[in-house]
Design a protein around this ligand. Structure first.
Ligand SMILES: [Zn+2]
Length: 407
């Protein structure tokens, strides 16, 4: 058994094995395809000690985050979400008069721009070298590096201590949780709060969202193990809220123990988790069996359409799509191309499965695909609206998760 990220015990047992896959955000160029691609085992385990669901095999963060092709502002839904989040937190934590907000994994600074526009002082922390240009464009200051016990001291010395630290979709990336929480204690001002948003294990289970699994996500968070992590380090969860974005996220507010009042929602979320049995190994074994059946169902659908002479393509090249394509074994012989709005990905290939990525306009060019597999299924509404013309001309989308659905 592997060692647990939260409780450190050697009690992590594998329940889902997705095989050896390429890194989900490393989109190779045509030139890269001439070299062998690195592959690493992708297995998910459950800790019998604390219930934390996590990867069993871990890739060094430097290999994944220093050159990063995911850009937050590519999504309209996400931009609106960040604006709402900044409005809520500016009011809740009184930041309008220049309080310091640090965003960990700030990406292109979309969230920090929303805070700045409301009067806060801002600092982004991110290891990605290729995203540093966004500092020039946005004027938002940036510390290039990983957040941890040592770098937090450097940040606090240079910029002061923060009234608020945020991490949206980055908390599941942290392998050294002990160092991260120690860093929070260093960088937060007295009475300051840490607010994280992450994909939520309950939604992952409900939606059979196995494609949330890739090497970057070392943790799949439920509230129970998260409370234990912070309690072990002198902090506590004071608020827990479920959000609909990305088909289900958890927003959690953490403060030093005794500095904030614990909201009743925390106990409610925890009780709901126990009710669902996410703290039992058998629940995860059943999940794994369902994932195997879904693979058969999706591939039978795609192979059937292909055999009937239909042209197939994919839409969206998110990291989750990389997992799905590789685990299902769908390659360029099945899908002619993948359309994606991000110019950084166009002209490249999907990791591992090597399907060419093109601009969405390709969906309307002849020969147009008949059916398009929607890999970014968590943005269904936004993408169907953008692709209304393709559908008006008779094109269909295939939703692969949690069950096959053609729209
Ligand atoms: Zn554990």
């Amino acid at each position: 058994m592997a060692n647990c990220l939260v409780c450190a015990a050697a009690t992590v047992e594998t329940f889902l094995d997705l095989g050896a896959t390429a890194l989900a955000n490393k989109f190779p160029t045509a030139q890269d395809l001439r070299q062998p691609e690195a592959r690493c085992p992708l297995r998910v385990g459950f800790c019998h000690g604390c219930g934390h669901v996590q990867l069993v095999d871990r890739v060094p963060p430097e290999a994944m985050f220093t050159d990063y092709l995911y850009v937050s502002s590519a999504s309209d839904t996400l931009r609106t979400h960040f604006d709402d989040l900044a409005a809520t937190l500016t009011a809740r934590h009184g930041l309008a008069d220049g309080g310091l907000v640090i965003d960990i994994g700030c990406n292109d600074a979309s969230l920090l721009c929303c805070f700045r526009d409301r009067g806060a002082r801002t600092l982004g922390v991110d290891p990605a070298e290729n995203l540093a240009e966004y500092s020039r464009d946005t004027g938002i200051e940036r510390y290039r590096g990983f957040f941890g016990a040592d770098t937090a001291g450097e940040i606090a010395d240079r910029w002061g201590r923060a009234a608020l630290i945020t991490a949206t979709n980055t908390f599941p990336h942290i392998p050294d949780l002990r160092g991260f929480v120690a860093g929070l204690d260093t960088a937060l001002a007295p009475g300051g709060a840490f607010v994280l948003e992450a994909h939520y294990l309950v939604d992952l289970l409900d939606q059979l969202a196995f494609d949330t699994v890739y090497h970057e996500h070392v943790s799949y968070w439920a509230l129970g193990p998260m409370m234990r992590l912070f309690e072990d380090h002198g902090m506590e969860v004071v608020r827990a809220e479920r959000l609909p974005i990305h088909h289900g996220q958890l927003r959690v507010t953490v403060m030093r123990r005794g500095e904030g009042e614990v909201d009743a929602g925390v106990a409610e979320v925890l009780a709901a988790e126990r009710e669902l049995g996410i703290d039992r190994f058998s629940t995860w074994n059943t999940f794994s069996e369902r994932v195997g059946r879904l693979r058969t169902e999706v591939m039978d659908c795609l192979n059937g359409l292909k055999a009937a002479g239909r042209r197939l393509a994919g839409y969206g090249a998110p990291a989750k799509g990389s997992t799905l394509l590789e685990f299902f074994g769908a390659g360029p012989d099945l899908l002619d191309f993948i359309a994606d709005r991000s110019p950084l990905k166009q002209g490249r290939y999907t990791p591992g499965s090597h399907i060419p990525i093109v601009a969405p306009e390709r969906l309307l060019e002849e020969p147009a695909p008949d059916h398009v597999l929607l890999l970014a299924w968590n943005f269904e509404e936004e993408i169907l609206a953008q692709q209304a013309e393709f559908r008006r001309r008779g094109g269909k989308f295939i939703l692969p998760v949690p069950e096959v659905r053609i729209v």
